[in-house]
Design a protein around this ligand. Structure first.
Ligand SMILES: Nc1ncnc2c1ncn2[C@@H]1O[C@H](COP(=O)(O)OP(=O)(O)OP(=O)(O)O)[C@@H](O)[C@H]1O
Length: 239
């Protein structure tokens, strides 16, 4: 579905944020991007989305180069950035979903029932009539995911989706991401939470200093502490 091919990026006046990064992502996969602070995770997502222009490389989605055809990329990828407040404070939860559904081309005849089912999926049905501004941080995060999901894009990118969530909300986020209703999508997630990563991921990419230093499928990893050990070893042994 998605092929990232030799992406390289140096910010003006900065050091290299991405160095020859290549990987692929198929439908049904939940790929976790793990890396220390400043490793290049957000830059990678932004380059794929065309929000940051890479110096070199290609991003091929269903055979089309989305760096040359950014509208196709925007259509096909839903994204939630770290701590991004993507909702309108003075609309209710439900109104936000209907608004973003319509904005993303959902048929007006179906947008309400789709909003209902997404709210149920993320566990926000009982808050449907609340103003977005009245939600707690965790609930806002759920609304953010709901807004990303209503787009019905085959690719979903989530940048640190559990940041600031309490234990129960983290648990719900895990259940949501492995729910069978999302199983046909390809999901790319950045996180620093190893337990969450292991519970949700089907494959793990390790990145350090802009370079991919590991690409492991879940079958070769026994548990979350094994994942942590493999990650720390890869980070320690790369320059
Ligand atoms: N707009 C920018 N201008 C200059 N340098 C930047 C910019 N954005 C990021 N960087 C630098 O690029 C490198 C990669 O940053 P990036 O935000 O992609 O890392 P990250 O892995 O997402 O980090 P974190 O885990 O802390 O969110 C860092 O050295 C960072 O300082």
């Amino acid at each position: 579905m998605l092929t990232v091919d030799h992406l390289t990026k140096t910010y003006p006046g900065g050091r290299r944020a991405l160095c020859d990064v290549s990987f692929s992502l198929s439908a049904g996969e939940r790929v976790i991007l793990l890396g220390p602070n400043g490793a290049g995770k957000t830059t990678l997502i932004k380059c794929i989305l065309g929000l940051v222009r890479p110096d070199r490389g290609r991003v091929i989605l269903n055979g089309r180069d989305i760096l040359k055809d950014p509208n196709y990329g925007k259509e096909q990828i839903a994204v939630l950035f770290e701590e991004a407040d993507n909702s309108y404070a003075y609309l209710t939860v439900y109104e936000n979903l209907v608004y973003f559904g319509l904005l993303n081309g959902i048929d007006p005849k179906h947008v309400r029932s789709r909003a209902d089912s997404i709210l149920q999926l993320v566990g926000l049905s009982d808050r449907a009539r609340c103003l977005a501004q009245s939600l707690s941080r965790g609930m806002k995060q759920k609304l953010g995911v709901a807004i990303a999901l209503i787009k019905d894009a085959p690719l979903l990118f989530l940048d640190e989706p559990t940041l600031g969530l309490d234990v129960e909300s983290q648990h719900h986020m895990r259940l949501l991401l492995i729910d069978k209703s999302l199983s046909r999508r390809a999901i790319l997630i950045t996180t620093h939470d190893i337990n969450f990563a292991y519970a949700v991921g089907t494959r793990f990419l390790f990145i350090k200093n802009g370079t991919l230093i590991g690409n492991l499928i879940k079958a070769v990893i026994s548990n979350a502490s094994d994942l942590e050990k493999l990650f720390l070893t890869a980070v320690a042994s790369s320059k």
